[in-house]
Ligand binder design. Structure first.
Ligand code: SMG
Ligand code: MG
Length: 368
């Protein structure tokens, strides 16, 4: 397969309601859509970086720059392009896993489309539909939070994740438990908002029977995660800290987590995501698929990933309506708390041309 041209497109999707986390509040999802033209046909992917480097060091304009100026020229120069060769070709460039993931996924999509295989089959998926949860942002009041949780439980979501931060942790969790009972699968995600001195406070979450506590401390601080994991009964899950299968092995060896949130963008692509899954499987540790408010392109590919056997907890792969009234692809909807794994070749979906055009803010065409 040979790469002949690439289209880089910025799209802007208004959120149905602003999404607040310990990192800030987001009202619009701007994303980068990549379309590659190859000798075997086209391939699509999105880059999940945000506008600003707050969740991770990557940001959209930077991702577009590194793809346009460094990654694509490398791939144009390759005689034979194949999915596994992308990471090897880009290995000399440090970091930028979300940008690398977008490029690799688009190559993978083109290659699988050409052979007629869907991503789930390629990765080793074993499920046709996957259980999904919903991530609930920080709200102004507890009442508002309870209203949202009620709505999502009624919609059928199989797990509720509450975003927490110092000052918004024990009380909202207690209110949700008191209102909806102890049987609702419940987790919390701090997006690195706590410090080592908060270990005693965080142990206060143990009384609520949470499935897991996600990423309380900064990404580099495996030591504090290991201390908390030893001090707490609730399983500890890492998100931001895990940027590769090697990181996963290190974190598990250090006892820094007993569950892993896998996001393909954060680890450099679906192939590395599968390796993270495999490392966790080898340790008997469950994984689940995280979310980055993906458009339908990323949502489709994440469903394929979540069909692998080690994905034992509901993912942050909510129905399209959780975030968007209008997406660039046809929407994914919830049935019985599950989303269906796409079975069409490649990532299994392409943008709807009219919706894509309507939501596009700029387009760039790149040739060798
Ligand atoms: O796509 O449903 C989704 C978002 C799920 O909470 C979610 N993602 O840390 O897990 C996480 C966050 C990262 C994005 S918000 C900064
Ligand atoms: Mg998280």
């Amino acid at each position: 397969m040979k790469l002949s041209a690439a289209e880089l497109r910025f799209v802007s999707l208004p959120l149905v309601t602003p999404f607040r986390t310990s990192l800030g509040t987001q009202a619009v999802r701007n994303a980068l859509v990549l379309r590659l033209e190859t000798s075997l046909g086209e391939g699509w992917a999105e880059c999940v970086a945000d506008d600003e480097p707050s969740y991770s060091p990557e940001y959209l304009a930077g991702a577009a720059d590194v793809i346009r100026r460094l990654f694509l020229p490398k791939l144009f120069a390759m005689g034979e392009l194949d999915p596994a060769g992308v990471a090897v070709a880009l290995d000399g460039f440090r970091g930028h896993p979300m940008a690398k993931s977008a490029v690799e996924t688009a190559v993978l999509d083109a290659s699988l489309r050409a052979t007629g295989m869907c991503l789930s089959t390629y990765l080793g998926g074993v499920r046709r539909r996957v259980p999904v949860g919903v991530s609930v942002g920080i709200t102004d009041t507890i009442d508002e939070l309870l209203g949202l949780v009620d709505r999502y439980l009624t919609a059928g979501y199989l797990r509720i994740k509450l975003k927490i931060e110092p000052g918004w942790d024990i009380e909202p969790v207690r209110a949700v438990r008191e209102t909806f009972g102890s049987s609702v699968p419940l987790t919390v995600d701090a997006n690195t908002a706590y410090r080592p001195g908060d270990i005693r406070h965080l142990r206060g979450l143990d009384e609520f029977g949470l499935l897991l506590v996600e990423q309380p401390f900064p990404p580099e601080d495996l030591h504090s995660h290991a201390r908390l994991a030893a001090a707490m009964e609730t399983p500890l899950c890492l998100d931001e800290s895990i940027t590769s299968a090697r990181d996963a092995a290190t974190a598990l060896r250090q006892g820094a987590c007993s569950v892993i949130n896998i996001k393909p963008g954060r680890v450099g692509g679906y192939l590395e995501a599968r390796r993270v899954h495999d490392v966790a499987q080898a340790h008997g540790v469950p994984v689940w698929c995280g979310g980055m408010l993906e458009t339908g392109l990323g949502r489709a590919a994440n469903l394929a990933l979540a069909s692998l056997p080690g994905f034992q907890l509901p993912g942050d792969i909510s129905a399209t309506a959780r975030y968007y009234t209008q997406d660039i692809t046809e929407p994914f909807s919830l049935a019985d708390g599950h989303l269906e794994v796409p079975t069409a070749p490649g990532i299994g979906i392409t943008p709807d041309p009219a919706s894509l055009a309507r939501l596009t803010t700029s387009t760039e065409w790149i040739t060798p």
